[in-house]
Design a protein around this ligand. Structure first.
Ligand code: 9Z3
Length: 340
């Protein structure tokens, strides 16, 4: 079944209940960093759900745990970007991603002395915990990260558009890194039952509809001067590059990061209109715990800097950039260290 237009999608689907609060946070964050002439990256992360009921008990989901997005957010911070981390509720987050499951509790020791109970970090865990804690505290102190969460595909789109509206003021200093695994299909609102589906009614027949392609209005209308990087996931290698190239031709954005489901954590291809570049982790890298996101982000940061140096494809730097803004940013202790 054909998809409706993006305008229709927003007309039919109501914004999430916490939408206005998030919009205010996004606006304040973008205004503050714009004033300092900072670069802001919007990192989207994790998968979206497609609810099968309005009072949602069941939903269609996908595999993404937010590994790519949460790691990338940390590397963008290291490069001096302010980060809007737009993630699936309860998926991996920057910094805490290192200690998921019981890892954090295993690093602690408890001395029980009644009211004087103390908890300490095990000596052999200090070297693991301290560097992450230092980077987390620095990002927090600088107000360099804003986290907003979505669950369903409609919540994702409402937040995405709101973030873009706020980022537009940064012109080419805004970078969009769209790593979330967004559903291509959904159930139109008028066909979603209000209450939990009952087994007595028999096995449900569920017809999904195509989600409108939001990359089109995003690139052309919402953030026309921003540096936009999208992601393409395939399971059939023969489709990967052709589909990445087709997306670039269709949406005219800057880059597609192409990856295969099976190898996504050790191999990606950065596809731009001019070239394509493969990034592969060696066996040693993988054993040493190297994140492929470190290399992906370094390369994108380099290309974004080149784009800015070239005038951001003709777009003038917005007011707020320049010497005065740089001085103000330095006074605010930001960025934490010069980009590599
Ligand atoms: C990606 O391709 C991401 O790299 C992953 C990361 C979701 C594979 P993990 O969270 O995985 O680290 O486990 N994101 C985009 C995937 C996507 O849905 N793209 C669509 C498409 O390929 C829309 S652009 O058509």
């Amino acid at each position: 079944m054909a998809s409706g237009s993006w305008e229709e999608f927003f007309a039919v689907h109501l914004p999430p209940t916490d939408f206005e609060d998030n919009r205010t946070l996004l606006k304040e964050f973008c205004e503050r960093h714009d004033k300092y002439g900072n670069k802001i990256v919007l990192v989207t992360s994790g998968g979206t759900t497609v609810p099968l009921e309005h009072n949602t008990v069941r939903f269609v989901d996908n595999f993404s745990a937010g590994t790519r997005g949460s790691a990338s957010a940390e590397y963008f911070l290291e490069h001096g970007y302010a980060v809007i981390f737009m993630h699936r509720q309860k998926s991996l987050e920057p910094f805490t991603r290192h200690f998921s499951g019981q890892k954090l509790l295993d690093m602690l020791e408890i001395q029980e002395r009644g009211p004087n109970t103390t908890i300490t970090v095990r000596p052999d865990s200090v070297d693991v915990l301290a560097p992450v804690l230092v980077r987390y505290k620095a990002a927090l102190a600088a107000g360099a990260v804003l986290q907003v969460a979505f669950t369903s595909v409609s919540e994702y789109f409402w937040l995405l558009r709101a973030a873009c509206e706020c980022l537009a003021r940064l012109g080419p200093r805004a970078l969009l890194y769209l790593a979330a695994a967004v559903s291509d299909f959904y159930i139109p609102k008028d066909r979603v039952p209000t209450h939990k589906m009952q087994s007595e009614s028999g096995a449900p027949v569920i017809q999904l509809q195509l989600v409108p392609k939001m990359l089109a209005p995003l690139v052309n209308l919402w953030v026309p001067a921003a540096y936009v990087v999208s992601f393409k996931l395939e399971t059939d290698e023969s489709l990967l590059i052709p589909k990445a190239r087709a997306a670039l031709e269709k949406y005219k954005h800057k880059m597609v990061v192409a990856n295969m489901l099976q190898s996504r954590h050790h191999r990606v291809i950065l596809v731009s209109p001019e070239a394509s570049q493969e990034i592969v982790l060696t066996r040693e890298d993988i054993h040493a715990g190297v994140d492929i996101e470190s290399a992906i982000v370094s390369e994108i940061v380099r290309l974004h800097a080149e784009h800015l140096a070239g005038g951001g494809a003709g777009a003038a730097l917005p007011a707020g950039a320049g010497a005065a803004a740089a001085a103000a940013a330095a006074a605010a202790g930001w960025p934490p260290r010069s980009p590599r």
